[in-house]
Design a binder for this molecule. Structure first.
Ligand code: COA
Length: 148
């Protein structure tokens, strides 16, 4: 199985949109899926902004998802999302490792809800450490992790 990262192309966006509409995946990430207009505006900002980095994850030439880094509240955070067909095969771990080798900015942060064991496992095996935890108004516990 070959996992590669490349720059995001406009034709990848409908695939990412379908991935973020998957309600189980959204629940896993603790994320409310965006409507199409908000999704397009979000990705326009990512692709147009110098401070944003996004890479499409390809598996055997097919679009499997993305990894990105974006500024928020004075920090730079990493985020990633794979389509369900690509889960449980080490692709998330491999994609994050490749992204971290390419993007050398540190410190780098990540936010993960406490039920997302797969995501936290990926981050900790990549060298991130938990630096904080916060329970939101919705009662969901979110962990913040830091690398570097
Ligand atoms: C999170 C996500 C990227 C994981 O991708 P993946 O390719 O399935 O993950 P991997 O196979 O690389 O590895 C995950 C590791 O976590 C482990 N894991 C899975 N569930 C776990 C849990 N509840 N607790 C601890 N470890 C867990 C897996 O066993 C695996 O380890 P292994 O390789 O030793 O078996 C993917 O499920 C996804 O995109 N989910 C929806 C969006 C999302 O949650 N994004 C992250 C937001 S912070």
């Amino acid at each position: 199985m070959t996992v590669t990262l490349r720059r995001v192309l406009p034709e990848d966006l409908p695939v990412f949109f379908a991935h973020q509409c998957d309600v189980d995946a959204a629940a896993m990430a603790g994320f409310t899926p965006r409507e199409r207009g908000a999704f397009d505006a979000h990705w326009e900002r990512i692709l147009g902004g110098l401070a944003f980095v996004a890479r499409t994850v390809e598996v055997e030439g097919a679009v499997a998802g993305y990894v990105s880094a974006f500024p928020t509240e004075g920090r730079v955070e990493i985020a990633y999302w794979l389509g369900r067909d690509y889960w449980h095969r080490g692709i998330g771990q491999a994609a994050v490792a490749m992204f971290l080798a390419e993007q050398r900015e540190r410190p780098l942060f990540a936010s993960v809800i406490d039920t997302n064991g797969a995501s936290q496992a990926i981050l900790e095996r990549s060298g991130f450490v938990v630096v904080g935890e916060e329970i939101g108004e919705d009662g969901v516990c979110e962990r913040r992790l830091r690398l570097g």
